[in-house]
Write a protein of this length. Structure first.
Length: 171
């Protein structure tokens, strides 16, 4: 399937110190969408992990709204933002959620395959659909950079997850 791009907005401001771009939307954008940012000296793709409007987290936003997006690279005022479809990331099952500690936002994941710091993951369930990067993980309170099949890890997650949710590694 060939990659397709749909224009959804334009960068109006970039906060260098925190790596956040303000995008004036001309179409709908959802958390989890894959975006391409392109301009005179900008050309990269990333997933929309989260977005905010006036400091409130949003799962979706539409035409006419200005949203703040955490971006992986420097962008410039006037860069165009596209939603990318068609060339979806490959998903490989790597585990499932065994427990979630609500107060500290940490999930216990029973692994069925290897997972490393820096991997992009998707956590999916009946009411869960989030993507994030594995920044750090722990086994019995010790920080580790990778873990394998049969191990249980603790992972700080960006949103609430539920026992039984499936964890996939994105490529």
């Amino acid at each position: 399937m060939e990659e397709q791009k749909r224009l959804v907005g334009k960068v109006t401001h970039f906060f260098t110190k925190i790596g956040v771009a303000v995008v004036e939307l001309s179409g709908e954008l959802k958390a989890g969408d894959r975006i391409a940012v392109q301009g005179m000296s900008t050309d990269f793709q990333q997933a929309v992990d989260s977005m905010q409007i006036e400091h409130d987290s949003m799962k979706r936003a539409g035409k006419g709204q200005a949203v703040g997006l955490k971006v992986e690279q420097r962008v410039r005022e006037g860069d165009f933002v596209f939603v990318v479809s068609g060339a979806a990331a490959e998903k490989k099952p790597v585990g499932k959620i065994a427990h979630y500690f609500t107060k500290i936002g940490v999930a216990v994941i029973e692994l069925s395959d290897e997972l490393k710091a820096g991997d992009r993951i998707s956590i999916e369930g009946m009411t869960t659909d989030i993507q994030q990067t594995v920044d750090s993980m722990q086994i019995e309170h010790d920080k580790v950079t990778k873990a394998g099949k049969g191990q249980a890890i603790g992972l700080k997650v960006e949103q609430r997850v539920r026992e039984g949710d499936l964890v996939f590694k994105l490529s």
